[in-house]
Design a binder for this molecule. Sequence first.
Ligand SMILES: [Zn+2]
Length: 345
Amino acid sequence: MTEFSELIINGIKITPGTFASVMLPMPKLYDSTPISMPVHIIRGKTPGPTLCVTGAIHGDEVNGTEIVRRLLRKPALKKISGTLIAIPIVNVYGFLLQSRYLMDRRDLNRSFPGSEQGSLAARLAHVITTEILSQSTHFIDLHTGTLHRENLPQVRTDLSMPGIAGLAESFNVPVILNAPLRSGSLRQYAHEKSLPCLLYEAGESLRFNETAIDMGVNGILGVMQKLEMISIKEPAHKKFTPAFSYASYWIRAPHSGILRPLKSLGKKVSKGEVLAKIGNPINIEDYPLISPISGIIVGKSNLPLVHEGAALFHIASFEETTIITEELEYLQEAFIDTSENFEGI
Ligand SMILES: [Zn+2]
């Protein structure tokens, strides 16, 4: 059994069998307003993994913040083995600005492990790395699509890591993507330390999506169950048989214009199928957006105004797409939009 290791955050020793909230100091705003990052810690009385769950590392990805808030209310957390470190808002500055980025327009999730003397982003990353990440054994990083882009609930991870596929499955989402590492990301930090990390992507920035939030909360509980940190009888939801994808592609706009999607998130598409029409706003011309591959739509743009080259549909390819079609019907009901009604117009 894992031995209890000492846990000290911001100089505060968190002892086994306690719940603590630590406000980790960050650089002040230039008007002297103090800034701190909220860190909630639940330490069980019995040893186990130290799972770190991070929300809003991109400040406008607010679903993650709500997932952490709702997670902390779950009765299952009253008795845990090991330690849960839950951070609802990692990028406090971006959260205030309703922005993905920091004040200096740097991306915090491209700045790990950071440095003490570097940019604001590097300094923040350094504090988070030394105070939190270095004391964790497992990571779940919560994200959404970027501005005006919505993602089907999915887990992204490096499937070459031994044992990670089983951990990803325990999150209970229909799609698991083998995703390349982004330089400077929290996930890359975890990878370099050979520590398991799952990235949960669902919904859209600056929007709450109840399905995405609900699946996120239950996904974390599922992972904690798999890690034997908690004990829950039955999953609260339909159990998915996830499909693993080792390749995904963004389909970009061949023309500028007005986008009218014909396919919704979670839809299975075939190579050559029309995904959307791109219209000219000053006449009645319409250009079809053709899918160059077969797969499942796991992300899409919700903004009808597009410039040539804009990323519009994210399609994941699978060995066998029929397997997950049924699984995705459940999600399509929750994520449904009216785009199908435009078909043929
Ligand atoms: Zn993100």
